[in-house]
Design a protein around this ligand. Structure first.
Ligand code: C2E
Ligand code: CA
Ligand code: CA
Ligand code: CA
Length: 284
């Protein structure tokens, strides 16, 4: 709380005050947290809708905070973006994830070469070291660029000028997949898609949610159907996120979506868990 003579409005809302203090505390402890190794990554399987096989995973970062316990990315990624710590943190996530992919691939042999999806913040796109860092990380781990997919949100690319797209183009030319994350939540012109170096559309969870009932809302069905057919005509694969029920999975499969992710298959979990899921799957 503020000292005497402080803003009365803030004093009247102690919860907001507490939130602000926590936010401040979290922000200032972010750099030390990275040094102390308090971040860890959970992996959530990406499943082929046609045959239900595990094809890879998305890396999702968490913070094991010494006082607050496990914090989800929504609590600290915005703070890290604000302070610029997202650049070293994002680089760390990429390096860990790529190394993890390497380990899965070694353990699984060629039966199911798992791929890895990593989220990229708009701040990382603006950082001049992105392309070289990514090349170095892949080389150090001995992982081919085709095994990596970088997810960028639709909103980050809306109205993006060429300077922002240039590093993405270079990454795409190397063979890295670029996915447009949370697709359908922004207001991007669909024709704009042709301009972007993306090869995957990740349909936002809100579409999946509307498939909860079976049969789903006919207008939503038409929209998803339209997006899928447009995506496929542009040679883009469609991934759906937030699949929580078998009915949703079935509906989205019928609509022609390629890959799915969600609690119905698995929650995000430790790397060994993913290895087991993929292995069970490969051996039937
Ligand atoms: P996102 O990229 O859209 O990731 C999907 C989020 O949906 C994850 O939340 C995941 O745990 C959650 N989810 C997965 N399946 C289901 C489901 O069936 N139902 C529901 N209700 N939720 C599901 P999470 O892990 O809290 O991550 C939140 C966001 O934080 C991510 O959204 C992503 O934008 C960001 N994020 C996570 N890791 C990183 C990172 O390493 N770097 C950056 N820049 N952002 C990250
Ligand atoms: Ca994502
Ligand atoms: Ca998403
Ligand atoms: Ca999201």
């Amino acid at each position: 709380a503020k000292s005497a003579g402080g803003n009365r409005f803030e004093l009247a809302d102690p919860e907001a005050d507490a939130r602000a203090i926590t936010r401040h505390g979290l922000t200032t402890s972010l750099p030390a947290a990275l040094e102390r190794g308090e971040f860890f990554i959970e992996y959530q399987p990406l499943v082929h809708l046609g045959d239900s096989s595990v094809r890879g995973a998305e890396a999702l970062v968490r913070w094991l905070h010494p006082q607050h316990g496990v914090l989800g990315p929504d609590r600290f990624i915005p703070l890290a973006e604000h302070t610029g710590l997202i650049v070293p943190l994002g680089r760390w996530v990429l390096e860990q994830s790529v190394r993890q992919a390497r380990e899965w691939r070694e353990r699984n042999g060629d039966t199911s070469p798992l791929r890895i999806n990593v989220n990229l913040s708009p701040c990382q796109l603006n950082h001049p070291g992105l392309v070289q860092d990514t090349v170095d990380i892949l080389e150090r781990a001995g992982v081919e660029p085709e095994a990596l997919c970088l997810e960028v949100t639709e909103s980050a690319l809306i109205g993006a000028d060429d300077d922002l797209l240039k590093p993405l183009r270079r990454l795409a030319e190397m063979g890295i997949d670029i996915a447009l994350d949370d697709f359908g939540t922004g207001y991007s012109n669909l024709a704009n898609l042709r301009r972007l170096p993306v090869s995957v559309l990740k349909l936002d969870r809100s579409f999946t949610q509307s498939m909860q009932q079976f049969p789903a809302d006919p207008v939503d069905l038409k929209i998803v159907e339209g997006i899928v057919s447009l995506a496929h005509s542009l040679d883009l694969a469609v991934t759906v996120e937030g699949v929580e029920t078998g009915a949703q999975a079935e509906q989205l499969r019928i609509l022609g979506c390629d890959t799915a992710q969600g609690w119905y298959y698995a929650r995000p979990g430790p790397p060994d868990r993913l290895h087991e899921l993929a292995l069970v799957d490969a051996t039937g």
